[in-house]
Design a protein around this ligand. Structure first.
Ligand SMILES: *Cc1c(COP(=O)(O)O)cnc(C)c1O
Length: 388
């Protein structure tokens, strides 16, 4: 089905931060499959882990214990400070689980229709409930009545949450990205997140963080919320978790732990041996290769070069982000830049019409990070001049 306006290019193979197209051209990957290929392409240890697991066992069922899934759950809980994990197959499903968990949490407290606070410019997925939680009129049009139970507030506006709380006694949770991806690379500040943590605790609400894009090292820490030193009740993961094999996870702690019991939620494929082995290998390789620190450094480098090269350019509104989640907001729509950059051998993305988004693999080398920024900056400048 024509669900994507696809770019006229296909890739045959890759190596690290490089991709080769069917016509033999080489591209520097500044997008990593939308924050998925953290280890880059063709990482030998990941390839071996997947091949070894495939040779042993690909799927059994969640009717049985799954050793690789248990190991992955334990590792994720160690890294995040969470206590329980539910595995699924995508970011939308991970958030669907979180939303169901919040509703069930309320139900167990005697609230029939628990509500969840969500943010302006949020992106949580395209299933009916996650689409309802998402703030994108374009994605919602034509799909009729979406599930209710969401209260939307402006992002980074603490007073708006207090106001929503006064108006809606059934609120049981807040769901947000600490660093919005699809919404244009918007960073929530530490003070806001800490206030939010305190409010959720005081109200008995679940603080649910969507780390589908910002998690697994992308911002320079395992999870974006760790920059603020807070402990959420629920986090959701997907994109970078399996380095390209489809896996999602919803982790819970504190009051959110123990909410789901046998029969309340499930999925056939979730956390199977193959994807769990790939995710476990991803986490191990990241730790072995020091990729968190590296992501932080490469992100700082790219932002610094872009800031220097684009200094004084009138059409550039802001350069922002954290680690290797970087946005360059322009004063005008710039979707054409994707094709302009591709012609020059750079894979980039534009979100919210006017934000150039970079999500390179975490393994990107210093000279590649420098090249990405040095090659991109003049294209942005020329685009702004030409279109002025
Ligand atoms: C991509 C994304 C999702 C949806 O994940 P899918 O795997 O596409 O369903 C949810 N939340 C955030 C923050 C995302 O970036």
């Amino acid at each position: 089905m024509k669900t994507y306006a696809r770019q006229p290019i296909a890739f045959t193979h890759g190596e690290g931060a490089w991709l080769w197209s069917t016509d033999g051209r080489k591209y520097l990957d500044g997008l990593a499959g939308i924050a998925v290929n953290g280890l880059g392409h063709n990482h030998p240890k990941l390839v071996k882990a997947i091949a070894d697991q495939a040779a042993k066992l690909i799927h059994t069922s969640n009717l049985y214990r799954v050793v690789e899934q248990e190991l992955l759950a334990t590792r994720l809980c160690e890294l995040s400070g969470m206590q329980e994990a539910f595995f699924c197959n995508s970011g939308a499903e991970a958030n669907e689980a979180a939303i169901k968990l919040a509703r069930h949490y309320g139900y167990k407290k005697g609230i029939e229709n628990a509500k969840v606070i969500v943010m302006e410019r949020a992106w949580h997925g395209r299933t009916l409930a996650t689409l309802a939680a998402t703030d994108s009129p374009k994605a919602k049009v034509g799909f009729g009545e979406l599930p209710g139970g969401f209260v939307r507030v402006p992002y980074r506006d603490f007073a708006a949450i207090e106001q929503a709380s006064a108006d809606n006694p059934d609120i049981q949770a807040v769901l947000l990205e600490v660093l919005q991806g699809e919404g244009g690379i918007n960073v929530a500040d530490t003070e806001y997140l800490q206030e939010l943590r305190k409010l959720c605790t005081a109200k008995g609400w679940l603080l649910m963080i969507d780390e589908v894009q910002s998690g697994i090292g992308r911002t320079g820490k395992w999870f974006g919320y760790q920059h603020a030193g807070i402990e959420p009740d629920v986090i959701t993961l997907a994109k970078g978790l399996g380095s390209g094999v489809p896996i999602g996870a919803c982790l819970a702690a504190g009051a959110a732990a123990g909410v789901f019991t046998p029969g309340t939620h499930g999925t056939t494929f979730g956390g199977g041996p193959l994807v769990s082995a790939a995710a476990l290998a991803t986490l191990n390789i990241m730790a072995e290769e020091g990729l968190l620190e590296h992501a932080e450094q490469m992100g700082a480098l790219i932002r610094a070069v872009l800031t220097r090269e684009l200094a004084g350019v009138a059409g550039v509104k802001e350069i922002r982000g954290r680690g290797l989640m970087i946005g360059v907001e322009l004063w005008k729509p710039c979707a054409e830049l994707v094709a302009i950059a591709r012609d020059k051998g750079l894979i980039i993305n534009v979100t919210r019409d006017n934000v150039v988004r970079l999500l390179p693999p975490l393994v990107i080398k210093q000279e590649e990070a420098n090249m990405l920024a040095m090659d991109l900056a003049p294209l942005i400048k020329a685009f702004l001049n030409g279109a002025a």
